[in-house]
Design a binder for this molecule. Structure first.
Ligand code: HEC
Ligand code: HEC
Length: 290
């Protein structure tokens, strides 16, 4: 108990110190904006893009979270053999080809090669035919339950993360391009409101850290713009793949606040809004973070 309290106090002090300091982006922009060169040049992922129109007056440029990580972590993402997330991509592809459920089908029975999923990640989350905002996890579970007659997977289960990783990699390098108008607009508005809502005992909104203070440090953490184009990410600290909703939950917990459930409507809306802030950055998933 005492160690938890000490940790929380250290965090509180570090965060308080940060927010007493004056933000000055001129000094905290990334020093370089080199692309992520994968496998010695097989693929180059830009790490900077012009900010989308809806962020006018907020950011000129948007940056990959990769730029804010240390050289060793960056290097892991530059080589698919060094990237620990790639093992889970392979497991996801095995799952893709595995027959399960009463209909006697695998994902491949209908979608054929997983390469058919190219482009899907860049547009997620999106509004489905019934008008509901769905994340990739929802589409996967809908196929499992209604088309394979198999059990739904838990949002944050290893199998679900392996599948989202395997599907995301098919879009690697494609610019994020989620729709925010038409039927998506009310969800996007809800997500935007959440982004600027102060949570927890520290009364911090996502924007306080990722908009007002990117480039600054909270203890050992170099703050990024909090983009999601690298998800699912392999986190060295957790030694596991981490989903977007799990990351959101962790960030809200760091404000010592009550959080939403993974797979909740609130987190879907937040996912859409955060994704839209990164429209134009390439899909990196599976990226490596510390
Ligand atoms: C019985 C056939 C069938 C099976 C089996 C199936 N799907 Fe689907 N899936 C579809 C159809 C039909 C759609 C909707 C049309 C489309 O986008 O292709 C769809 C849509 C999707 C989408 C959304 C694509 C988009 O562009 O919006 C994803 C992601 C997906 N499926 C993943 C999976 C995964 C993962 C599995 C295995 C766990 C699976 N599907 C199994 C038929 C199937
Ligand atoms: C107290 C400051 C703080 C607040 C408030 C906060 N975060 Fe974070 N967040 C961090 C830190 C520290 C990291 C890890 C370093 C980094 O990537 O910025 C992080 C990482 C992230 C990442 C991963 C970025 C990547 O490239 O891997 C996302 C996405 C994210 N946050 C979203 C959010 C959202 C959405 C909210 C609001 C619900 C939020 N954060 C609130 C501190 C914060």
């Amino acid at each position: 108990m005492s160690s938890i309290r000490v940790k929380a106090c250290a965090m509180t002090a570090a965060v308080a110190a940060l927010f007493l300091s004056v933000p000055s982006h001129a000094e905290t922009e990334p020093e370089t904006t080199d692309p992520i060169v994968i496998n010695g040049g097989e693929l180059e992922l830009p790490t900077v893009a012009p900010a989308p129109a809806h962020l006018e007056g907020v950011f000129d440029q948007i940056y990959s979270g990769w730029l804010f990580r240390d050289a060793a972590t960056q290097a892991m993402q530059m080589d698919d053999f060094e990237n620990p997330g790639m093992i889970f991509v392979d497991q996801g592809i095995d799952d893709w080809n595995t027959v399960e459920g009463k209909a006697g089908k695998s994902c491949a029975s209908c979608h054929e090669d997983i390469e058919s999923m190219k482009g899907v990640r860049a547009a997620m989350p999106k509004v489905n035919e019934a008008g509901d905002l769905w994340s990739m996890e929802d589409y996967i579970n809908d196929c499992r339950t209604s088309r394979m007659q198999a059990e739904a997977l838990e949002w944050d289960s290893d199998r679900m993360k392996n599948l989202t990783a395997a599907i995301s990699v098919q879009s690697r390098g494609m610019p994020m391009d989620v729709a925010i108008d038409g039927p998506a607009e009310p969800y996007w508005e809800q997500g935007r409101e959440m982004y600027y809502t102060r949570y927890g005992q520290l009364e911090l909104a996502c924007a306080n850290c990722h908009e007002g203070h990117y480039g600054d440090w909270i203890r050992a953490d170099h703050l990024s713009q909090g983009m999601t184009n690298g998800f699912p990410v392999y986190r060295l600290k957790q030694a596991a793949l981490v989903s977007q909703h799990n990351r959101f939950r962790g960030c809200i917990r760091d404000t010592r606040g009550e959080t939403f459930d993974m797979g909740s409507d609130e987190f879907r809306a937040l996912e859409l809004y955060v994704a839209s802030r990164g429209n134009g950055l390439p899909v990196e998933g599976v990226s490596v973070r510390h």
